[in-house]
Design a binder for this molecule. Structure first.
Ligand code: OAD
Length: 263
């Protein structure tokens, strides 16, 4: 049975020590890490995308086939929001971990590019990218030149056509009912199995198979800490739970682990 993880008001020394000694850090991120950059999460009440929009009409291959203009316009609105956004201090703190720890792997469920723009070198995108569309029929990558200017929620916008086969171009994200990218998922599982510390940041950990990643790390002996504005129900009572916003807690973790400041 899942148990409630202990809540920590302070970052405790045992966790800081594990981070200091880590040779391989995995940072597993979800929508919460980009929330303070102005990118909506999925499941937060009222502001979450899936509270305001119907996923079955927008985020499945069947939805795209039924109404490509509806789906393409909605994803162009999301791409516009990402293009207008900047990385926040949480993204930057994650990128700076590479200065302290020999190997850092970012495994993200996010389809934005804010980790890369903050400077992270090794980012695995489990759910694809808004910036890498491809043909629905022949999978040829499509180069997006236009910068979208979409109203809130998007408007119906016919997708471009593939120059190779004439098929409709689709967003480069993983939709419900689709498999995750075949090379990326094994790399992510391997990183989780081989890391010393895993920080799970801003994810509800409800979507499989991504949600297995903290458990894989824990089963292989890594220290696992969740950073979230809400308590996460974990299967492992010895996970750390740091309650608060990622843009504050991540720089705090970095400072306390790698400067002379002690909590
Ligand atoms: P969710 O919206 O399910 O969860 C976001 C989590 O971030 C919640 O647990 C919030 O409490 C937390 N949160 C919000 N703001 C935060 C902040 N400033 N700092 C820290 N935590 C914060 O998003 P994901 O877990 O990323 O899949 O969702 C997983 C997948 O479900 C997404 O990749 C997407 C969606 O359907 C696909 O598109 C395939």
């Amino acid at each position: 049975m899942p148990t409630q993880t202990p809540l920590l008001a302070q970052v405790d020394n045992a966790l800081l020590e594990r981070i200091r000694k880590a040779r391989h850090l995995v940072v597993f991120t979800g929508a919460g890490v980009s929330a303070e950059s102005g990118i909506p999460t999925f499941r937060d009440a009222q502001t979450g995308l899936w509270s305001r929009f119907d996923a079955t009409e927008l985020a499945t291959p069947e939805a795209f086939q039924a109404d490509p203009a509806l789906v393409w316009g909605w994803y162009e609105w999301r791409r516009m929001k990402v293009l207008q956004a900047e990385p926040n201090s949480g993204h930057y703190a994650i990128a700076r971990m590479e200065q302290h720890i020999p190997q850092v792997t970012v495994i993200t469920q996010n389809v934005d590019d804010l980790h890369e723009r903050a400077g992270s070198q090794n980012v695995l995108h489990l759910h694809g990218s808004l910036h890498q569309p491809r043909c629905f029929d022949c999978a040829t990558p499509y180069q997006l030149d236009s910068v979208p200017t979409e109203p809130e929620g998007g408007r119906r916008l016919p997708p471009p056509l593939c120059p190779v086969c004439g098929g409709a171009v689709r967003p480069g994200v993983v939709w419900f009912g689709e498999a995750l990218p075949t090379t990326v998922l094994p790399q992510a599982f391997e990183a989780a199995a081989s890391c010393d510390v895993l920080l799970s940041v801003g994810t509800s950990s409800l979507v499989q198979p991504a949600a297995q990643i903290p458990f894989i790390a824990q089963q292989h002996g890594a220290a696992v800490a969740h950073i979230n504005t809400q308590p996460i129900i974990s299967k492992h009572s010895d996970d750390w739970m740091l309650l608060g916003v990622a843009s504050v807690l991540l720089p705090k973790l970095e400072t306390q682990a790698f400067s002379n400041i002690r909590p």
